[in-house]
Design a protein around this ligand. Structure first.
Ligand code: ZN
Length: 339
């Protein structure tokens, strides 16, 4: 009887990866899915007991979901309706380039919450994420960066991954990477769009409580200011992030409360400065230039404006009460241009 179950599982895996290989035959993602499916099929063949079958089946379920989501994304992209994720892909390309990584991640629209899954390196985002939602892409990409960033000198060491031993550590490093790479826009998007003020202290097994996460992001920015002798990071905490936090929570300070962080911001900053120094966001001229473009000014110099500048300019305008569909439309166009 168990053989029938194993056979059905293998057929389902073959069907899902077969679909991927038909819609996207030449992609690295399709090859990764096929290879991983091959490994799982080998394990299924050796499962032998119901307990082992159950364990392999869980992984096979995840792989099938990834394969089908990827196939849907590729098919949707071939349709005019699916072209809207260009800005998100441009941002991901920019961030990967700054992190010195090849960036073969795939971004797909999903009905569920945003997430990153490993086998196919898929980032799931809500469909039609607007410019104010896009900073969360940097967090999801952070999980990819943690996994892929190599030691500068020694061939195959993965220094970030070594430090991200537990899931809460991994999440906190992804938060800090996002803050490091896209600046104040990331904590602002968390506070203004994602955090439920009633759930600040909620501590699921996988994530540190929001209180700890936002505190660590703010600490990162303050430490970055100190390290680089500039007001731009710590200054943004005072002028943008803390006021938004107070508005959301009614609290004056961004306080971690009774929780301890799984890692201090200083340790994470040291890691990022050492292994990803080019990834650091720098407001420079770019954010002012981007703000002018988003305001509809003509003849603005575009060189020096990066996708991260666009996100920060959009958030500045939003916090100044100047959020509009026009700003979003211009931001999406500028993201494509700036990448
Ligand atoms: Zn995460």
């Amino acid at each position: 009887m168990i053989d029938d179950h194993v056979r059905a599982e293998i057929d389902a895996l073959n069907a899902a990866t077969g679909l991927v290989l038909r819609v996207a035959p030449e992609t690295a993602t399709a090859r990764r899915l096929r290879d991983h499916a091959g490994d799982l099929i080998g394990e299924l063949g050796r499962a032998g007991t119901w307990t082992r079958l159950r364990r392999v089946r869980e992984e096979a379920d995840r792989l099938r979901a990834e394969a089908l989501d990827y196939a849907h994304a590729v098919m949707l992209r071939g349709h005019p309706l699916g072209e809207d994720d260009g800005a998100a892909r441009a941002l991901a390309r920019h961030l990967c380039e700054r992190a010195g990584l090849p960036g073969d991640v795939e971004i797909i629209a999903s009905s569920g919450p945003e997430s990153f899954t490993r086998v196919a390196d898929l980032i799931r985002l809500p469909p039609h994420a607007d410019v104010w939602h896009l900073p969360v892409l940097a967090h999801e990409l952070g999980h990819y960066v943690i996994h892929e960033a190599r030691h500068v000198r020694v061939g195959d060491e993965r220094p970030l991954r070594e430090r991200a031993g537990t899931s809460p550590q991994n999440e906190l490093i992804a938060d800090c990477y996002a803050t490091y790479a896209v600046g104040p826009a990331y904590p602002l998007s968390c506070i203004c769009l994602r955090i439920d003020p009633q759930e600040l202290d909620l501590a699921p097994e996988t994530h540190p409580p929001w209180r700890v996460r936002v505190h660590t992001m703010a600490e990162m920015l303050r430490l970055m200011s100190r390290q680089h002798g500039t007001q731009q990071y710590g200054g943004a905490v005072e002028s943008w992030i803390r006021p938004a936090w107070t508005e959301l929570t009614g609290e004056d300070a961004i306080d971690p409360g009774r929780h301890t962080a799984p890692m201090p911001a200083s340790a994470i900053l040291r890691l990022l400065e050492r292994h990803l120094p080019r990834a650091r966001y720098d407001a420079g001229y770019g954010v002012d230039g981007a703000e002018r473009v988003l305001n509809g000014q003509k003849n603005v110099r575009r060189s020096g404006i990066s996708p991260a500048h666009v996100l920060n300019a959009a958030w500045r305008l939003r916090r100044d009460g100047r959020r509009s569909p026009e700003v979003n439309r211009r931001a999406m166009a500028l993201l494509l241009e700036a990448a």
